[in-house]
Each structure stands twice: as C-alpha cells, then as structure tokens.
Design a protein around this ligand. Structure first.
Ligand code: NAP
Length: 438
C-alpha cells in the first residue's frame, strides 16, 4: 500500500485530553513503545500535548506538553488524532465535535457521552469523513466493539448478555462467597478501591445501562440510547437473595441484556440492566471479582464469550491504543473507520412486554390450600410456574416459586396481587432468572 503521506516520515500528531487513570497509561505507552508504534503504523506517532484541568501538579511528563486549553490543543494543525479520556458530557462533547468537524480522528473511552450522543458524534464523523473509535467505552480491555462492528458484520446477532461493571460484580461475588450483606460489602469494595466515593453510577446500574445502549446499537444496527434501557441496580440485593440463589445452584449477577425479540413477524430490541439469577453452570457465573465478560449469541457463529479486565488504567489504555493505531494507520494509508450502522431502525420493546423468568420468594401462612391460592394468582395472569419449593418455618412456610418466561408486566402484576393476599405474610424478594435454556 502507498502511504498517504508519501515518505513515511511525516509524524501522526496525537493530542490526549485528560491525564487521569487512563490518560496517564496512554501517554506512558506512547512514550515507551514509540518504536513499535512507528513500525506498526508506518509513521512516527508523536504526542503533541496533553490537556488537563488542574495546574501545578507534578505529572511526570514534560511541562511543555501540558495545557489547560484543550480547545487550542485540539485545533493545532499538527494534531491528527484526538484521544478523549476526560469523561462526562461537557466539555468532552464539544472537544470531540470540534476535532471531528476539523476532519481529525477521535478515539474516546467515554461511555456516558456515547450512550447519549453517538448519533450526533457519528454524524459529525460521517460529514467530515473522520474516524470515531470507542473500543474502550465498553468493558475496558475486552475487545467487544470491534467484534460486533467488524468480525460479526456478516452474521446476525440475536443476543448480547454481559457483566460490564466491575464494581457491582466485585460486590455480588463477595456477597456470594462470604454471605456478608450489601452495605458491608460495598464498604469493603470502597476500602479496596473497587467502588468510588459516590458509587451511585455503578450500583444503580447507570454505567451498565450506558454500555448496554452502546452494545445494543452495535449488535442490532439501531440507535439505542441510555434512556431506552430498562435499569435496576443491586442496592436492594440481600444476603438472603444470594442464599436463595445458592439453594437453586445459581448466583446473582448484574446483567446488561440486549436482545432481538421477535413478536409475530415484527422484530424489536430489548435492552435492560438488572440483577438476575444465573445458573452456576452458565459461563457468566464464573466471572468473579472486578472482571467483565460479554456473551454473544449470533445466528451463524453461535455462542461467543469475551472475558477480561473491564476497567483500570492500563487495561483500558490497551483498548484506546488499539483504536489509536487503527486511526493512525487510516491517516497514513487513507482508510476509514466503519461508520455508524443504524439501517435496521428496530423499535424498542417496552420492558412490560419483554419476556423474563422470575423467582419469587414468599412467606406464607401455614394453612391448607395456600399453595393452590398462590398458584391461581400466577395462572390468572398467564404466568406458568416451573418449580415450587416449600420449607416449613416457625410461623408458617417459606415458598420459592420459579416461573417460565412471561411478559414482565404479567409477572409484576402477579407479584402485586400476591402481596395483597391474606395468606401471604410477605413477598420477601423478587429476582429475575436468566441464562437458562427456556
Ligand atoms: P480520571 O482519572 O477522572 O481523569 C480525568 C482526567 O480528565 C483528569 O486528568 C482531569 O484533569 C481531566 N479533565 C477533567 N476535566 C477536564 C477539562 N475540562 N479539560 C481538560 N481536562 C479535564 O478519569 P479516568 O478514570 O481516566 O476515565 C477517563 C475516561 O475513560 C472516562 O470517560 C471513563 O468513563 C473512561 N473509562 C475509564 C475506565 C477506568 O478504569 N478508569 C475504564 C473504562 C473507561 P485533572 O487531572 O487536572 O483533574
């Protein structure tokens, strides 16, 4: 191939916005592996500058590379590629748009921004024939964006089910192993650096929902935003829930689920995040601690599993660098990144119409006919029961009811009706069940 820049001597200029966990590692790799990068790209990849917010801190890089003026850095003529690792919506969005509108390539790890603004950013990239890469935005080091966009481009993806948040996976794995409750385990996760001071984005599922939106968009060639994703967090999960899961040879995971659902002749997209039981024999059950994994089911490829470190400076920087090399090669040889694909434009299935399985934990009175009364509430709403387990306790009985797949609304209505029954002392918990064959 003939290099676009002719001699191979003209460097590819890179601006890095943000020098935190990820930015620091990107800059380190650019510095330590300059020769390899040059060989892989075909031209030297040169860091032109790094934008930060605060000044007066020893960052371990030459002072002349640092600036607080990200706008000016992005606009520099000798900057070909902008790596955005600042995070959040603004000013990241403005800087990325400025770069794309100037025909520069952008590499970003910013899932929060992409889950809201992929459309706007992708359109700017298309208009300006610029590259927009974002492998690091989902599941850190794990290659999942490129497999969905490129490797599976000739297949039909039917389902993506992932553990895409390390904080919640650490907490749920620890609760499963130790029997400790949620509050205690969250505090421990904070002490060990696995949970942030404000853990809301992780434990309430916002982070996973942003990633689910990105995955669903890629898998189903449809624009899906975070607002389209049904979201429930793990803060209400109790040690009793984990114990009930263990009894059924299951564990509890916060899952990001993206499904192509077929309803009659029509196809829709269901994207949802919630804690769910999965059988211990399911490949995702063995993903423990802060690790991530994404399980993909495609029509021809069958089942694929992607596993690895979903966060951390160096692992995330690895994904950023992969994109950076692609973008640099494109600059050098004149190629283009794959653009956004939204041709399918599938409608979003409302959660109430999405079929799931439930596990309902009830405390009931020890009276004749209780089981029949409970079962009739399920039957009345068309929810078929797959298994019931009854354990006698001091003041009544403990019932665990596992259902077959039924519309989520029918299950929710059944649970509400059960709570009203005189014979039901308490609906102790309701959890969804995923990863089973039916
Ligand atoms: P971080 O440690 O908080 O670093 C953010 C950096 O951005 C800091 O250097 C900060 O400057 C700089 N910054 C903030 N506002 C700025 C502004 N207005 N102008 C210029 N610079 C500004 O963040 P991170 O953990 O590296 O994450 C970066 C991105 O990667 C986020 O989008 C995140 O979601 C994504 N990501 C992170 C991980 C991970 O494990 N950390 C994993 C996957 C994806 P100061 O240093 O001066 O404060």
């Amino acid at each position: 191939m003939t290099p676009l820049f002719g001699t191979g001597d003209r460097p590819i200029g890179v601006a890095v916005l943000g020098l935190g966990n990820v930015g620091t590692e990107v800059v380190r790799i650019l510095r330590d592996h300059a020769d390899d990068l040059k060989a892989r790209v075909g031209a030297p990849v040169v860091l032109r500058g790094v934008a930060v917010r605060r000044t007066g801190i020893d960052r371990g890089i030459p002072e002349e590379l640092l600036t607080t003026d990200a706008e000016a850095l992005v606009a520099r003529k000798d900057v070909d590629i902008v790596v955005e690792v600042v995070g959040g919506i603004e000013p990241a969005r403005t800087h990325i748009l400025a770069a794309l509108n100037a025909g520069k390539s952008v590499v970003t790890a910013n899932k929060a921004l992409l889950a809201e603004y992929t459309g706007e950013l992708a359109e700017a990239a298309e208009r300006n024939r610029a590259d927009l890469y974002f492998e690091a935005a989902v599941a850190g080091a794990i290659p999942i964006v490129r497999p969905l966009v490129q490797s599976l481009a000739g297949d039909q993806v039917n389902r993506v089910m992932g553990i895409v948040n390390g904080t919640t996976n650490f907490i749920l794995s620890a609760m499963d192993e130790t029997g400790a409750d949620y509050g205690e385990t969250l505090a421990e996760a904070g002490r060990l650096g696995y949970a942030e001071a404000d853990p809301t984005a992780d434990v309430e599922g916002y982070d996973a929902a942003a990633k689910a939106a990105i995955l669903a968009s890629l898998a189903f060639h449809t624009r899906v935003t975070a607002a389209d994703v049904h979201r429930e967090g793990i803060s209400k999960i109790t040690s009793e829930d984990l114990a009930a899961a263990r009894d059924l040879d299951c564990t509890v995971k916060l899952l990001a689920l993206c499904e192509r659902v077929k309803d009659g002749g029509k196809e829709r997209v269901s994207a949802r995040v919630y804690p769910a039981l999965i059988p211990r024999k399911h490949p995702l059950a063995s993903v423990s601690g802060a690790f991530n994994a994404v399980f993909v089911e495609a029509q021809n490829a069958g089942r694929l599993m992607f596993y690895g470190q979903g966060a951390g400076g160096a692992p995330t920087a690895s994904a950023v660098m992969g994109d950076l090399v692609m973008a640099a090669r494109n600059k050098f040889y004149g190629g283009r990144a794959p653009g956004e694909s939204t041709y399918a434009k599938l409608p979003i299935a409302p959660m109430g119409e999405t079929a799931t399985r439930y596990l309902v934990n009830l405390r009931v009175a020890d009276k004749k006919g209780v089981l029949a009364t409970v079962a009739s509430e399920f039957a009345e709403r068309g929810v078929s029961i797959s298994a019931v387990r009854q354990t006698d306790v001091a003041d009544g009985a403990h019932l665990i009811v596992v259902t077959h797949r039924a519309p989520d609304q029918a299950l929710a209505d059944t649970v509400a009706a059960l709570a009203e029954l005189d014979v039901v002392t308490e609906v102790s918990s309701v959890l969804r069940l995923e990863g089973t064959e039916e």
